[in-house]
Design a protein around this ligand. Structure first.
Ligand code: SAH
Length: 240
């Protein structure tokens, strides 16, 4: 799974993506990340120099008035065109290498607090069906609505609250989708159907002493009776 992320703040991703399971998955070439800054798709005007502020601007006031700024359509459209062309080109070079030259499957995700709710079921679906996910992160008051009309995709929200930008939402989705990619969790048993599906989990010590009080592991988990343990876990677990 290749994630292509369109963002004004690519640096905000690295510390999270380069730790633990996601770092290992990248090393094992199970997932891959590419970042595209809309600013790189803006040309300076003839008279502009790097010292002019704002340089390479991507934001403008909204039509119809209102507070805040919007990201203009053009830099995002250029970035998306660039990404799609790049994927297609890589595809062409690969044809023949792959059996039957199956086409790359691309999905575009437009982040928006008003979008459809992102779920684990959605994550499992895209992990299975697509090779490339293009995630478009907004900032300020969002992106000119013509972008999602031109580059059709899924408009998704991670919850009923408004963030200052799409980067956190993108990270939530990347994390959730990645753990559904085969091999990422190492032990495939951990993935949904067979995972340790319980909100309450326990590890050593068997008896925890804290402030003079003892906290025990539920005896069922020490019973060795796997059928009963699974039944106990299933009763507590949330179904996605
Ligand atoms: N004015 C917009 C909000 C913009 S928030 C509105 O009323 O809908 C700025 C950007 O943050 C959005 O473009 C989107 O990319 C991202 N964002 C904010 N909240 C989000 C959420 N709950 N889920 C996904 N993306 C979100």
């Amino acid at each position: 799974m290749k994630f292509h992320i369109v963002t004004l703040f690519p640096e905000s991703f690295s510390s999270y993506l380069n730790e633990s399971i996601l770092a290992r998955a990248q090393k094992n070439k199970l997932i891959d990340f590419k970042f595209y800054n809309p600013r790189d798709f803006v040309k300076p005007t003839k008279t502009q120099t790097k010292h002019d502020k704002p340089y390479l601007r991507v934001d403008e006031k909204p039509y119809g008035g209102g507070p805040g700024m919007l990201i203009q359509a053009e830099p995002i459209l250029k970035a998306l065109t660039f990404i799609k062309n790049k994927i297609e080109k890589a595809q062409k070079n690969k044809v023949g290498e792959r059996k039957g030259g199956t086409k790359n499957k691309i999905k575009i995700i437009h982040l928006s607090p008003s979008g459809k709710k992102f779920t684990n079921t959605y994550a499992a679906g895209v992990a299975k069906k697509f090779d490339h996910l293009i995630i478009v992160c907004g900032r300020y008051e969002g992106i000119d609505a013509r972008v999602k009309k031109i580059f059709k995709g899924d408009e998704l929200s991670i919850g009923d609250y408004v963030l200052t930008g799409g980067e956190l939402a993108a990270l939530v989705m990347i994390d959730t989708i990645s753990r559904q990619v085969k091999g990422v969790l190492g032990n495939q048993d951990s993935v949904e159907e067979m995972r340790n599906a319980s909100p309450d989990v326990y590890t050593r010590p068997e008896i925890l002493v804290f402030n003079g009080k003892k906290y025990k592991v539920p005896t069922i988990l020490l019973s060795g009776n796997h059928a009963k343990i699974e039944e106990w876990r299933a009763k507590q677990a949330k179904k996605f």
